[in-house]
Design a protein around this ligand. Structure first.
Ligand SMILES: [Zn+2]
Length: 339
């Protein structure tokens, strides 16, 4: 799209005094920006309305090599910056040992694996070859989930809202020690509206937004998962992924950074704590949809699993979790910093 056309549209929006229209237009342009040259040159196949490319061809274009690990079932892609693992007909993948849920499954056609362009562009490349920028990563907004009458998950009188606040306080202290500035969406037991949380982060100049939660499910389920907002046009991970009609949200303007931040924080937690890695997932949680800065939501374990609940109640384990979160934010900051 010609720059002069962008200028024209921006001027028209500004002339009409409509900054919101201008911002929305540029968010749309960013979201529909053409694929990099290497991707554009790859042959495509359309499967159920989604564009796919040959995994081997994409790997080569990214300076990596592909090989079958188990014929027609598991695939390895390795290169200087990452080691990737994929399974046929599955959305579950690994990037350097960290579980990542793809938006669409990898498919096998006559012994040739194909991957969706959506995942190449919005899941894999932003993580293995992040775009560098001068944008600062200095102020972290911590968002302790729930509060007030919204207790979150509960096991007896052990409420999620209490443990998310304790984790936020622990994490805030460590972030300050590492030279970050910290904003908290709540510092006490009180309630805060979901929509108010990302707004507060924006007002206070936060560069990243980290929402803290604990999970509940069947007692046998345990582990950690880190969410970022689902890209436009695909379902959330827990809804099964796949193509769907979902327009772009405010948070989608940061898609490449969202997935990179989620990856580094999950990697840090999964590598340093004895918690099962349930993976990087996409969702449309309100705080992630509305965030104007890179944003993630950590589900740091299951209150409903008796063994994991003990770790959530344990101050020493909480301190380790806070360390892992901070180390993940530091890794993200280093990943985006210019050389
Ligand atoms: Zn929660």
């Amino acid at each position: 799209m010609a720059v002069s056309f962008l200028n024209l549209v921006l001027r028209l929006c500004l002339l009409r005094g409509n900054m919101r229209t201008a911002a929305a237009f540029f968010a749309m342009v960013l979201l529909t920006a053409p694929a990099p040259a290497a991707l554009r040159n790859l042959e495509r196949m359309t499967v159920s309305g989604s564009d796919y490319v040959r995994l081997a061809e994409w790997a080569e274009s990214a300076g990596c090599a592909m090989k079958w690990n188990k014929k027609d079932r598991e695939i390895d892609v390795s290169g200087p910056s990452a080691r990737l693992n994929f399974s046929v007909d599955s959305r579950r993948a690994e990037i350097s040992g960290v579980s990542v849920w793809l938006c669409l499954p990898v498919i096998n056609r006559s012994g040739v694996p194909w991957i969706s362009l959506t995942d190449v562009g919005s899941t894999i490349e932003p993580v293995i070859s992040p775009h560098k920028s001068q944008a600062r990563v200095q102020t972290v907004c911590l968002d302790p989930g729930h509060g007030g009458v919204d207790t979150g998950e509960a096991q007896g009188r052990n409420y999620e809202k209490k443990y998310t606040l304790l984790l936020a306080r622990e994490t805030a202290g460590l972030l300050l020690e590492h030279g970050f500035q910290v904003v908290m969406t709540r510092t006490n037991e009180g309630a805060v509206e979901l929509s108010e949380r990302p707004q507060l982060a924006a007002r206070r100049g936060a560069d990243v937004f980290v929402s803290l939660h604990y999970n509940a499910a069947d007692p046998s389920v345990h582990g950690v998962e880190v969410f970022c907002v689902a890209p436009p046009g695909v379902n959330s991970s827990d809804a099964g992924g796949g193509k769907a009609i979902h327009p772009a949200e405010t948070g989608n303007a940061q898609d490449n950074r969202n997935v990179l931040l989620a990856y580094h924080v999950l990697k840090s937690i999964a590598h340093s704590l004895p918690l099962e890695d349930l993976g990087l997932k996409r969702s449309r949680f309100e705080v992630l949809r509305l965030a104007r800065m890179p944003a993630i939501l950590i589900e740091g374990g299951f209150l409903s699993n008796p063994a994991e609940a003990k770790t959530i109640y344990d101050p020493a384990f909480r301190k380790r979790m806070a360390h892992a979160i901070v180390d993940g934010i530091v890794a993200y900051k280093e990943a985006v910093a210019p050389p």
